[in-house]
Structure formats: C-alpha cells, structure tokens
Design a protein around this ligand. Structure first.
Ligand code: AMP
Length: 422
C-alpha cells in the first residue's frame, strides 16, 4: 500500500506555492510599515497553555487538539492557534519590560482535529498579528485598516467586516445569566450540544450553526444592550476610529467567536464566496486578561488571524489542493549537443546564476529534441543550443521561445543581454 498524506493535510506544490509566497511577502512588507516584527514560536506547546487560555469549554480544547504525552508523561499539544503562544513568549522573554507596546506578527501552520471540508483542514496556515500593551480602540482600527490594505493589495474583492463587543468581566456575567434563562426556557427547541452549552458556556450557543437552533438564537437578547459604561464607550470609540479610516463595519451581536479569551472588541472579515458555513477569512479581537490566565502580568492585547488556505482559495479561484505541479520557468535553457558542450554549459550556467539569471540544463543525457521539449514544458524564456561550432566560433544563438525570434551573441555578451531583457 502506498503511504499517503494524512487526511485534512495537504502539499503545497510548485505552481501553487508562488501565490503563498506572494501573500507572505505582501504581509511582511506591509506589516513592517506599521511597526510589526516577526515572531516564530514553537509548533509544540504545553497543553496547559491552550487549556487555560482558549477555555476548557470551547470546541478547540474539548475535541480538536492534537495532544500527546511525551516520554516523561508531560502533556504537549500541536498549537491550534497563534495568540496564546505569542503571549507566552512575550511574557517568558520579558518583552513587556522592554517596550510599552509590542507589535508582533507570525506566519505558520496550526493544527485542529476538525472534520475536513473545503476551507477547513487539520493542518492549516495562519498569518496573525498581535498588539500587546495597549487598550486604545484606535489601535484596533489601525489593525483592521492594515488588514484591509493587505487584502486590497492582493486584489481581493467582496469581503466585509463584522464587529461586536463581547463585554468584559464586569458586564458579561449579567448578560450570560440572562442568556441562560432564555435558553433554559427554550431548551426543547435546541440541539443537544446547545442544551449542554446552556449550562457550561451559554455564549457558545450564539455560534451554533444547526438550522433548528436558529429561530431561538435569533430571538436572544443582544450582548451590545448589556455593556457597562466603559465597554460601551470603548465600542463607540472603536467605531469612530473605523469611521475615520473609512472602513464600514457591520455590528453583529452574535459574533462571540470560538475562543473564551476575548473581551470587548471582536471582529471577523467574511466573504460570501467562501460559502455559507466556512465564510470567515479573518477572526480577531481583544484579549486583555489572557496573560494573567497563563501566569503573566496584566497585559492588554488585540490581534487577528487570517486563514491562508481560504485567502488562496479566494485569490486563485480554485482549491489549493488541486493545482498541478509546475516546474519553475528559467530565463534560459542551455541545450547541449555533446559532452564538451555539456561541460561548457555547466560553467556558463554557473556564471549566469552568479549574475542573477536563472539557467537550466539537462543532466539526463537527453537528445536535443527532448531537451527542447523540456525547455518548452518549463516555459523557458530563451533556449540556446550549444555544440562544437558554437564553441569554436564564439557565436551563440539565443532563441526566444514565445515567438521564435533569434539573436546571435558572443559568449561574453549573453549575461548582459539577458539582464536587459529581463
Ligand atoms: P480562529 O483562530 O478560529 O479565529 O480562525 C481564524 C481564521 O483561521 C479563520 O477565519 C479561518 O480563515 C482560519 N481557520 C480556522 N480554522 C481553520 C481550519 N480548520 N482550516 C482552515 N482555516 C481555518
């Protein structure tokens, strides 16, 4: 039996990876303009980190984590998200005592044992950014403006911003109690999971996608009507700053998000082109208090994570799983007729590459015809056939593959010619 990749994971092949690289490069360049530095945290963390921060009653912690015991009996987990590791690292490395506000971003794989489907995988990739040390709602608007800029730069169309406030430990308990009361009164109209959540974590019910629960959910009170004065003020300032940036946000009281650590501002960027269920491209919010949950000093935090697979899906219009392998296209394919020419081409290729010109040669002893075929298949811009006469006369013919036009050059002129053509 052939060994295959694990369900819910996928290869990103040449031919697809270029778009991933483009997205990553755009994010890196843009985030730097806003003062973000990259952070790379381990893929493995103590299970405790996620259990305490994301919350024991969330889907992620209850059923989606890849957790193993190491040989010493310590429970470790493949990170299901990036925020908790960044906050852990921020505390552990004493960043909080170095700078007042730290702006950090990460790019990398996350792991969740979910049921795989289009736009939902078990290993997926996120680009995320975190601002630690500020509770100014203006910085929240700045983060969202940065995200909009990124999506615009990449040419994405048709997406919209949903915003909400989930309150704080002062005002949320009253809302949660109200919610529980309402849900208990309609328990017989709810799915089993929601009946359980009514007791353990009623906010999670707002996230439920089961159709039969929707009539009850639609009639539930809105959290935005239960905010304390500070949260109300924060939310209204956040909306004002979004306005200043010219970004429309749709207030969505149901938006509580799947992680417990959020307070006050939460948001999502969704695209209807992702389909009805997995329509979120970006999720984020404020998480003051997360640091304390994992043993750190009181720290304000705000951030987001963008799902790369979903962005690739939107930008390429095709599933990133299906793109066929495509070898990179060289600027010049050096074809050889005999072994002297092969040896010459080895040297010429090295010289050209030193000049920044991509050059390809065949190592498989193929006939001239099949070398030409390969040059064609690889979309080489030029080919150059080298044999005894080229070496003797120092006359090399470069053929442009697109239109068959030719130019004859001395060997010493090749690299400059290609540089100009590039
Ligand atoms: P979350 O960390 O759950 O807030 O998710 C943030 C973003 O990551 C989502 O909006 C998705 O774009 C992406 N995402 C989350 N889970 C998955 C998954 N299982 N497969 C692919 N993308 C995901």
């Amino acid at each position: 039996m052939k060994v295959q990749s694990i369900r819910g994971t996928h290869d990103i092949l040449p031919g697809s990876v270029e778009l991933w690289q483009k997205i990553e490069a755009a994010a890196r360049d843009l985030f730097a303009l806003y003062g973000y530095a990259e952070i790379r945290t381990p893929v493995l963390e103590e299970t405790e980190l996620f259990a305490r921060s994301i919350g024991l009653e969330t889907d992620i912690v209850r059923k989606e984590m890849y957790t193993i015991e190491d040989s010493k009996g310590k429970s470790i987990t493949l990170r299901p998200e990036g925020t908790a590791p960044v906050v852990r690292s921020y505390i552990e490395n004493g960043v909080h005592s170095e700078v007042q506000v730290a702006k950090l971003y990460y790019i990398g794989p996350m792991f969740r044992h979910e049921r795989p489907q289009k736009g939902r995988y078990r290993q997926f990739h996120q680009i995320g950014a975190e601002v630690l040390g500020s509770d100014n709602p203006a910085i929240e608007a700045e983060v969202i403006e940065m995200l909009f800029r990124l999506l615009q730069q990449l040419g994405l169309e048709e997406y919209c911003l949903l915003i909400n406030s989930v309150g704080c430990p002062v005002c949320r308990p009253a809302y949660v109690n109200k919610l529980r009361e309402e849900l208990r009164a309609h328990a017989d109209e709810l799915c089993e999971e929601c009946r359980r959540r009514t007791e353990t974590n009623p906010l999670r019910v707002l996230d439920c996608k089961v159709p039969s629960c929707q009539p009850v959910i639609n009639r539930l009170p809105a959290i935005t009507d239960y905010l304390c004065e500070e949260c109300k003020e924060h939310f209204s300032l956040f909306r004002k700053y979004l306005d200043i940036q010219g970004i429309p946000g749709e207030i969505t009281p149901r938006l509580v998000r799947g992680l417990d650590y959020y307070v006050r501002t939460t948001f999502e960027i969704i695209s209807s082109r992702l389909g009805p269920t997995q329509n979120a491209l970006v999720g984020g919010g404020r998480y003051d208090g997360l640091s304390e949950l994992i043993g750190g000093p009181p720290t304000k935090g705000f951030g987001f994570a963008l799902g790369m697979e979903r962005l690739v899906l939107l930008l390429s219009g095709r599933s990133e799983l299906g793109a066929p392998y495509q070898a990179p296209a060289p600027e010049i394919f050096l074809v050889h007729l005999d072994s002297a020419a092969f040896e010459h081409n080895l040297k010429l290729a090295a010289e050209l590459r030193r000049e920044g010109i991509s050059a390809y040669i065949d190592f498989e002893g193929k006939s001239i015809k099949s070398q030409m075929r390969q040059a064609n298949r690889q979309n080489a811009t030029f080919t150059c056939v080298v044999g005894e006469s080229e070496l003797q006369t120092d006359q090399f013919v470069l053929k442009r593959m697109a239109d068959g036009s030719q130019v004859t050059l001395r060997r010493s002129e090749i690299s400059e010619y290609l540089r100009k053509e590039n």
